[in-house]
Design a protein around this ligand. Sequence first.
Ligand SMILES: [Zn+2]
Length: 191
Amino acid sequence: MKKNIAEIIDVSNEVYDKGLVSGKSGNISARFGDVVAITPTLKSLSNLCEEDIVLVDMEGNVLTKGKPSSEVFMHLEIYKKRSDVQAIVHTHSPYATGFAFSNKKLKRLEGFGAIKQEYLSYIEYKKPGSDELAKSASEGIGDEDVLILKNHGVICVSDSLKEAMLLAVFVEETAKTQFVTYMLNSAEDND
Ligand SMILES: [Zn+2]
């Protein structure tokens, strides 16, 4: 478990350093059997230590010291619905979240897993930290590995923390590419 907690801290740092989360936003978790290790509430992902990571059971009962992320039930509901998911990375990465606030859908680009559908799945806005968001996100993700939360952010799931993080990076790059494409297409031609 110690090694796994160290991995959550490493991934938290990486997600922060890559600019996918800022301030005290974002949360990351990993499942170990019936226990989920999750980043704490009201702390930046930039410099967490081992004691900051909170262990909860599948009902959300806290097994260690500290207070888990306010999105702990969103994580737990996804784990309950998806036995294949072992790690969840939730970010407010700027470009992807920009799309989440806009009326434009994000296309799924070539470069990460099979393209099952043209656009990334999304759900309508629900209050952060609410049971409604937990329910809606766990239903909305279906068997996809990315879910856009309208007016909020992004959820990436995988069978490992590293893969979920790489996916979050890829989604953000995807959003940047599409943003640039929209800009170029809307710019006046000056040839
Ligand atoms: Zn959030």
